[in-house]
Every structure is written in C-alpha cells, then in structure tokens.
Design a protein around this ligand. Structure first.
Ligand code: AMP
Length: 112
C-alpha cells in the first residue's frame, strides 16, 4: 500500500507530538483538534482501514483500545469518546487505521 502520513510518523520519517509508543502502537496529538484533548492511536502495522483487519489482528485491535484507555487516563480524562472512521463515506481521510480519542468537553449523540 502507499505510505501515508501516519505510516511516516510511525517510522520516524515525519514529526508528531507523540504521547505514547510501544512496539505495536503509538499515540500522538491530532493536528486539528476537535476537542480540548484529541489524540490519535495507530498501529505500526499499516492497516488502511478497520475493514482490512482480520482475525490475525485480534490482539492488535484489543491493544489499540487499551492504549486509547491508557492515554485518555494519562490525559486526566474520566469521560471520553473513541471514534474510528471506516472509509471515506464515514469521514476517513488518512488511510492508516487510527482511533480518535476525544475528551475535555461534552459530546452529543447521535454523532454528526
Ligand atoms: P480521519 O478523518 O478519521 O481519517 O482522521 C484523520 C485525522 O488526522 C484528522 O483529525 C486530522 O486532523 C489528523 N491529521 C492529519 N494529518 C496529521 C498529522 N500530520 N499529525 C497529526 N494529526 C493529523
């Protein structure tokens, strides 16, 4: 697949404000935050979309959620929202799987 900006951040070729990293995942601040805290959690593995994940990725997907919880907790968030936009029609613009972790304000439901 073509490398994306998130792939470049994961490999160290592009800069980001990284708040957490390990051998499988990293988390960094969104450049255009939609809430007082807006973090992105990505796998190092270049999965383009959530749809592309399969049963081999089960542990990785669980890990991403645990990282999301960890960085939310470290940011002092008791209430937060985790969002995955899957596909352009759902608002995905960067085709490297990422979890948005948003907090620090109230959220409405349903999302827009
Ligand atoms: P999505 O629309 O779900 O694909 O989300 C992509 C997110 O990536 C958006 O919230 C952008 O603001 C964010 N973004 C794009 N480029 C960067 C970057 N270089 N560093 C941090 N966040 C970025």
């Amino acid at each position: 697949m073509t490398d994306t900006i998130f792939g470049k951040i994961a490999s160290g070729q592009a800069q980001a404000d990284i708040v957490y990293e390990d051998d499988r995942a990293l988390a960094f601040r969104d450049l255009n935050p939609q809430a007082p805290t807006h973090l992105l959690v990505i796998p190092r593995k270049p999965l383009a979309t959530l749809s592309e994940a399969d049963s081999d990725d089960q542990a990785l997907l669980g890990h991403l959620l645990l990282v999301a919880n960890r960085v939310a907790s470290e940011a002092g968030l008791e209430n937060y929202r985790v969002v995955v936009n899957n596909g352009a029609g759902a608002g995905q613009t960067v085709f490297h799987l990422h979890l948005h972790v948003l907090g620090g304000r109230n959220f409405s439901w349903p999302p827009g």
